[in-house]
Design a protein around this ligand. Sequence first.
Ligand code: NAD
Length: 251
Amino acid sequence: MSGRLKGKVALVTGGASGIGRATALQFAEEGAAVVVADLNASAGEALVSEIVHGGGRALFISVDVSDEASVQAMVNTTVESFGGLDYAFNNAGIPDGASSLLTSTQSNWDRVMAVNLEGVWHCMRAELDHMLSVSKGAIVNNSSRSGLVGIPSDGVYGAAKHAVIGLTKAAAVEFASRGVRVNAVCPGLVETALTHTRFGENLQNRAAIANPLGRMAQPQEIAQAVVWLCSDAASFVVGVALPVDGGSTAR
Ligand SMILES: NC(=O)c1ccc[n+]([C@@H]2O[C@H](COP(=O)([O-])OP(=O)(O)OC[C@H]3O[C@@H](n4cnc5c(N)ncnc54)[C@H](O)[C@@H]3O)[C@@H](O)[C@H]2O)c1
């Protein structure tokens, strides 16, 4: 452990898998106490055991980010258990169930918006309540490359991810002067359960053309950016939507 974040408390939603899991491990590696918050209790508890056996401090909290009361309870339990909340990564998300706007359904729209957009909104409000009360904190929201550009087949998902950047910027400018920095990351294609579910056997072909590097990211490559954005090394970084995408939005 580097110990750079020793004494800090970090909360990661969707922390049981993929990018969230890698970020929880990275926070723990840097010495922070970590809350892994997720719908998936078995994977979340297993990750907490792994962190604790490695000498870190961690706690699993069951949450559905689309449920405001559940999110408020998550933040309350975090503060009660670890004595505060310094960093939050609002990461929980689901893929778009439709392959085209023409075939997307109302139920697809409702669930994608409820988790990927309202979930971030619920989390930010509960986290900001605490962070503003102590005049310090950093929040990173997980948007996507789909939050920066239009991607065929990602219409509803892309609408939610664009809106996450809007929420991020509005909160960033509203609260920077009160000690809380808010930013977003915009990952390109990352090898996780989500992309395997979404693209199946087409994933490798998609990866080869996804960006100038010609490969997918590993979740740790996104985690490093998130932890950096939370840390004091990014003390003058406010309201950015940072592409971590192998150059795909640059071309
Ligand atoms: N994988 C990619 O290529 C990629 C690219 C850009 C953005 N993202 C975004 O990154 C985030 C994480 O994606 P991932 O690829 O790591 O996916 P993943 O499926 O590996 O992990 C997502 C986690 O979120 C949890 N989750 C889902 N709905 C939830 C809810 N309502 N409440 C609490 N937890 C919930 C799941 O149980 C799971 O553990 C998502 O917001 C996704 O949109 C992923």
